[in-house]
Design a protein around this ligand. Structure first.
Ligand SMILES: Cc1ncc(COP(=O)(O)O)c(C=O)c1O
Length: 484
């Protein structure tokens, strides 16, 4: 009866020391961490292909296996050689915070299950609003990331906008279609949200963009008018505060104007670029963000947090509660100061929730937001440096620049036709993965396949960017060789 899962204090301490030695070692070589380790799926699968372990093993010795199989083979998200998708390098304060948070194991579902963590989450919501110049009245919640933040924003949009239809109870049966608008550069998590909300992706109008990949507002307005004439119910416009392909920031003021004119909900996807609005040099580019009805932010991107943590902001806590509150006898209790307690389970879809805000809070307290802003600024400046080097070269062709830390380009040396260039760049991305020194992927812009470099990592320097270009050139040259 007395058995528990706990070790003795001495054993536990040894385990922690060994684990922290592993973490410290990670940083010893972080500057040279490979982008991709290059093992095949079959090989990686084989390391873990074993029966359910009924008997345990020695924890200290097992950490050696963890090191060999998991840590040493990890994709290089920490280091400066990662350029794919939107990967930030995490941060050491957040690592410590994760360890502490998982140890105290608070459930930020109900206030009395996690008093300090609940108040910290409320505070981080307020700080998030302050960072992007959003209303101090804002409510919000920590969620798993940008996709979940947009799903939450759009769920609130659907329920609050169509309040009199009581959709949570009656469903969408018998409605003429609701219509959502956004540019053709909008992240596919918005498509997923629209599908999940029962609106159907046929009713997501993807509006064309200008040469800088920002939404064409005239085309948007014409489409809204056409939908109204056709008997649809336009209800929401999604603005991009930094697209995933090129970092384009829509004219958010113009979108807010359209939303006001046609009485639409205005949701902003700031998952990638939202936090850069805090930079004095970029404030103008984001004008109108403060008018959004809901905003999706992602702290595992440009707040350098380890996965997962995102944040949805709405104009008041009330609209979250209106969307998510569901009565359950066992969750109600006559408690002291009930009206002073914010119950997160009543303001979000999840009941049990880990303390995602804690690592954000600790990071902001220890680093200070100014330092994080300097890192964002550095990422942007390094991206300009990369774009300039590409533009000034004979063998690369620059395909997109932005205010943010993404630039797209192609390798063009000795390639004669458009078809040849297209095909070569696709092969190049695969060859770069196989090479593994740097990790960069591609995307399609105006029908053209391009390499896409995203620089959201505070450990990058000018030398990292030089190394990226050298490595691409090296791999490309080898690919050009006969049999390459
Ligand atoms: C603009 C944008 N929106 C949404 C997302 C989805 O975020 P997450 O991967 O955290 O769900 C991303 C991810 O890259 C993004 O760049």
């Amino acid at each position: 009866m007395e058995e528990t899962l706990d070790f003795s204090p001495e054993e536990f301490e040894k385990l922690l020391q060994r684990a922290s030695a592993l973490l410290v070692q990670q940083y010893a070589h972080v500057d040279t961490q490979k982008g991709f380790a290059g093992f095949s799926p079959k090989e990686v699968e084989s390391w873990f292909d074993e029966p359910l372990p009924m008997a345990g093993s020695d924890g200290l010795r097992f950490l050696d296996e963890v090191k060999a199989r998991v840590i040493d083979t990890a994709t290089g998200n920490l280091g400066p050689n990662m350029y794919a998708y939107v990967m930030s390098g995490g941060s050491q304060v957040a690592t410590v915070a994760e360890l502490l948070a998982s140890t105290v194991n608070q459930n930020v579902a109900k206030w009395h299950l996690a008093p300090a963590m609940t108040e910290i989450e409320k505070r981080v919501v307020k700080w998030a609003a302050e960072m992007i110049g959003y209303t101090p009245e804002a409510g919000g919640a920590m969620v798993s990331g940008g996709s979940a933040a947009s799903l939450a924003g759009l769920t609130v949009a659907r329920n609050v906008y169509f309040r009199e239809k009581n959709i949570n109870q009656t469903g969408l049966f018998g409605q003429s279609p609701f219509v959502v608008y956004g540019s053709n550069q909008t992240h596919n998590s918005t498509d997923k949200s629209i599908a999940l909300l029962g609106i159907g992706t046929d009713h997501f109008r993807k509006i064309g963009t200008h040469a800088d990949y920002t939404i064409d507002v005239d085309q948007l307005e014409k489409q809204i008018q056409a939908d109204i004439r056709a008997g649809y119910q336009p209800f929401c416009v999604v603005g991009n505060a930094g697209t995933v392909n090129t970092g384009a920031i829509d004219d958010l003021n113009a979108l807010a104007g359209i939303a006001e004119k046609y009485k639409l909900w205005f949701h902003v996807d700031g998952a990638y670029g939202g936090l850069a609005s805090s930079l004095p040099s970029l404030r103008g580019a984001y004008a109108g963000l403060e008018k959004a009805d809901s905003v999706a932010l992602d702290f595992h991107k440009w707040l350098y947090q380890p996965f997962e943590v995102g944040c949805v902001l709405v104009r008041s806590w009330g609209s979250l509660r209106e969307t998510y509150f569901k009565q359950a006898d066992y969750l109600g209790a006559a408690v002291a100061h009930a009206s002073d307690r914010l119950e997160f389970n009543e303001h979000y879809f999840q009941l049990s929730r880990n303390a995602k805000a804690f690592k954000v809070w600790m990071s902001l307290k220890v680093y200070g937001f100014e330092k994080i802003q300097r890192m964002i600024q550095k990422d942007i400046e390094l991206t300009h440096y990369l774009a300039d080097r590409v533009a000034g070269s004979d063998d690369f062709e620059l395909r997109s620049r932005s205010h943010l830390a993404i630039t797209c380009f192609r390798y063009v040396a000795h390639l004669r036709t458009e078809e040849e260039t297209e095909h070569f760049n696709q092969k190049l991305v695969a060859a770069l993965e196989a090479d593994g020194r740097v990790f960069i992927t591609g995307t399609v812009l105006d029908g053209v396949y391009v390499l896409r470099a995203c620089l959201t990592n505070h450990r990058k320097q000018v030398s990292s960017v030089d190394y990226l270009l050298e490595t691409i050139r090296d791999v490309a040259r080898r690919l050009m060789e006969p049999g390459g």
